[in-house]
Design a protein around this ligand. Structure first.
Ligand code: GDD
Ligand code: MG
Length: 353
């Protein structure tokens, strides 16, 4: 099994700590000494069947990623550099094409670099079990039982159980990426849907064949980008012209919404997408007033707050449901239940340079 780690995102909702030049997946935001990327790699490398990881990322993060992998004693198969971001469907194709180059038709485990897993044993047991579903051209995704109508996730409606799978895998009736709130509420209430965890497992050829059905140009451009790629130190630099011509789309929209080969394997391991300050609030330890305080923080008469100090003392009085994140050059103050919109600030910053 070849782990292909997607580490090219900008982590816009964790601004102001996550920055274009140093995004959240490279930061130790969970309170351990390791970054989210390091946690992701360390977690899966515990499985004996796991090959060396392929990390797909962009130019800017190459040295940090190389040194973070070295720090945990992992030698990657490759650190692939995308000249431009084309979202996750092409990144998965690049990973699959490289996996094929290493011989045979291996299982590819596609992993975002920025997830939290509480129970690693259950997570690994589920991964090992799920590899049984890739043999018959299954595109496996891991489904999480939803507890709220989160609109930032894909929703998977399960169909009948895969024969002889003792309830461990189900065919997919439908896959809806990031529905609006009304539909998300309906899905959660129905009890028939899982969240898409964003982790996938498939034979390299299965993914490439499915992608070729729906996005042939993507496959063509990715092949060109690899054929004309050049190695530079430890990095594989994709051919700029070929990759720049590649259409941009996520694996969820480009393949999972359309394929009939999807299989969902329910995953119960205390999973969280560490996407926003509220999801970090949920996974961190809280005081008796349900506040999370990181760094030099003082609170009086305050409840349900996420307070994060990096450089200076941060103090709050009489607060409820507030996130304050202080960094060297910017301070975020937001209602904790509105922190998804931090990405709007981030994109305005990008526009203004
Ligand atoms: N190499 C590379 N290139 N990586 C990328 C790119 C890219 O252009 N764009 C995003 N990534 C990486 C991100 O760093 C992250 O690790 C992963 O791919 C997923 O991208 P996100 O941008 O975080 O996706 P999402 O959270 O909006 O949605 C996905 O994950 C959800 C669960 O966390 C979807 O798969 C949803 O269906 C799913 O519910
Ligand atoms: Mg995400």
């Amino acid at each position: 099994m070849i782990p292909v780690i997607l580490a090219g995102g900008t982590g816009s909702r964790l601004w102001p700590l996550s920055r274009k030049n140093f995004p959240k997946q490279l930061m130790p935001v969970l309170g351990s000494e390791y970054s989210l990327l390091q946690e992701t790699v360390r977690r899966v490398m515990r499985l004996p069947e796991m090959g060396r990881p392929v990390v797909v990322t962009n130019e800017k993060y190459r040295f940090i990623i190389a040194s973070q992998l070295q720090a945990i004693g992992v030698e990657p198969e490759s650190i692939v550099l995308e000249p431009v971001g084309r979202s996750t469907a092409p990144a998965a194709a690049i990973g699959s094409l490289l996996a094929l180059q290493s011989g045979g038709n291996p299982d590819v485990l596609l992993l975002p670099a920025d997830h939290y897993v509480q129970n690693v044993e259950s997570f690994l047991a589920c991964l090992s079990m799920a590899s049984g579903f890739t043999e018959n051209s299954g595109l496996v995704t891991f489904g999480i039982v939803p507890d709220k109508p989160e609109t930032g996730y894909g929703y998977i409606k399960r169909d009948a159980g895969v024969p002889d799978s003792s309830g461990e895998g189900f065919f997919i009736d439908s896959f809806v990426e990031k529905p609006d709130l009304a539909r998300a509420e309906e899905y959660v209430a129905s009890g028939n849907y899982y969240w898409n965890s964003g982790m996938f497992l498939f034979k390299a050829e299965t993914y490439l064949k499915e992608l070729d059905k729906f996005e042939p140009e993507m496959v063509r451009c990715c092949k060109g980008a690899i054929d004309k790629a050049h190695e530079d130190l430890d990095f594989l630099r994709l051919d700029k012209d070929s990759f720049a011509r590649c259409p941009e789309d996520s694996i969820d929209y480009a393949v999972m919404e359309k394929t009939s080969k999807g299989i969902v394997v329910p995953l119960d391991c205390g999973w969280s997408d560490v996407g926003s300050w509220s999801s970090l609030y949920e996974v961190r330890d809280k005081d008796e007033s349900s506040n999370v305080s990181i760094g030099d923080v003082m609170l009086e008469d305050s409840t349900n707050c996420y307070m994060h100090s990096s450089e200076r003392l941060v103090a709050g009085v009489g607060l409820d449901n507030i996130a304050v994140v202080e960094s060297k050059d910017a301070v975020l103050v937001s209602r904790l239940d509105k922190v998804q919109d931090v990405k709007k600030i981030f994109s305005r910053l990008k526009k203004d340079g």
